[in-house]
Design a binder for this molecule. Structure first.
Ligand SMILES: Nc1ncnc2c1ncn2[C@@H]1O[C@H](COP(=O)(O)OP(=O)(O)OP(=O)(O)O)[C@@H](O)[C@H]1O
Ligand SMILES: [Mg+2]
Length: 310
């Protein structure tokens, strides 16, 4: 299933029919492309049309007009489903099943051979930090734990493309941090990721592309660095990298620490500083990211919506 563009919509529109009322136009001529290998944030206020788009991509509902392609095939193609990991916005789990039993059923549906299934299930439960709860009933899980099980089933089939509807919902700061690491490690393995979210600081941290929707219409889409402009650069340091932090923090022009323990250091555009920072970060763990500095995504998001609402 090779395709340079993993998701493509062309003039995609959806009108929900309503009894005795004019239909509700939830999506209005949406055209977007998600490049292979991207971590793509799909943004917009409540009711913007994100879930509607995702449901069309997963062929759970039909578009009223326009087209949608996933991994180079029309979204209704059945074969393509085997290469996609999906987390719906409101996943329904059978409460009486244990985490293992649920994932075993998912594995059977995905036709993962029985010889491989147990090892894969153990691996994904470890990835989402749910190994201690393997045999516990899903009905006893908290919202964040359910979300982790949802992510575990989405990555069970080692998909080429992950489509996740609000995967950060219900996760505590540790869970969000772990989720971001999961996404970046999936990307490192070559998986493309398309997800909706309202947590703009997390989106900014891990997404290389974003699209912003409002009232079913696309306001903008593209590479984060292009959309937000750049001056200087930033380094994002996950928790437990104290040595690197100590070395870099004295050179930074601005520093901030997020509630999950991640540090954001900003640096002025200066070749000498950049050289030093690069030599320190390249020796450190791969999870430390160096990015162009720019307007915060949150500021850009509100500015873009304000301009649209005016
Ligand atoms: N089944 C439905 N029948 C009628 N209208 C619907 C239906 N599902 C969604 N809508 C409407 O379509 C619009 C887009 O909804 P959608 O769920 O796609 O938004 P969203 O961007 O996912 O929002 P949120 O951030 O709240 O999840 C909303 O106005 C919503 O009321
Ligand atoms: Mg939604």
């Amino acid at each position: 299933m090779g395709a340079e563009v993993v998701i493509r919509t062309e003039n995609l529109s959806k009108v929900y029919k309503r009894l005795f009322k004019k239909g509700k136009k939830a999506l209005d001529s949406l055209t977007i492309s998600v490049p292979k290998g991207a971590v793509y944030g799909f943004l917009g206020p409540n009711g913007a049309g994100k879930t509607t788009t995702i449901k069309i991509l997963m062929d759970l509902i039909k578009a009223s007009s326009g087209s949608a392609y996933v991994l180079g095939k029309p979204s209704y193609n059945v074969e393509v489903k085997g290469y996609i990991g999906f987390l719906p916005d409101a996943p329904a789990f059978s409460p009486q099943l244990s985490a293992y039993e649920f994932l075993n059923i998912c594995g059977k549906l995905l036709k993962i051979p029985s010889t491989e299934r147990a090892a894969r299930i153990e691996h994904v439960l470890e990835v989402v930090k749910m190994s201690p709860h393997t045999r516990e009933k899903i009905g006893s899980f908290s919202r964040g734990m359910l979300q982790r099980i949802g992510v575990a089933q989405a990555i069970l089939n080692q998909p080429q493309l992950l489509i996740l509807d609000e995967p950060l919902l219900g996760l505590d700061p540790y869970g969000r941090q772990e989720f971001k690491q999961i996404i970046l490690s999936q990307q490192a393995k070559g998986t493309s990721v398309f997800f909706s979210s309202h947590i703009l600081s997390d989106v900014e941290e891990i997404c290389d592309h974003v699209a912003i929707l409002n009232n079913g219409k696309l306001l903008c889409a593209g590479r984060v660095d292009d959309l937000l402009g750049s001056s200087g650069f930033r380094v994002i340091i996950p928790p437990n990298n104290d040595e690197v932090l100590k070395e870099l923090i004295t050179m930074a022009s601005d520093t901030s620490r997020k509630d999950d323990g991640t540090w954001l250091l900003s640096f002025a555009q200066d070749d000498e500083i950049r050289g030093k920072v690069d030599s320190i970060t390249c020796k450190a763990s791969g999870s430390i990211k160096v990015k162009a500095a720019h307007e915060k995504l949150e500021d850009f998001f509100f500015r873009t919506l304000k301009e649209d609402n005016n």
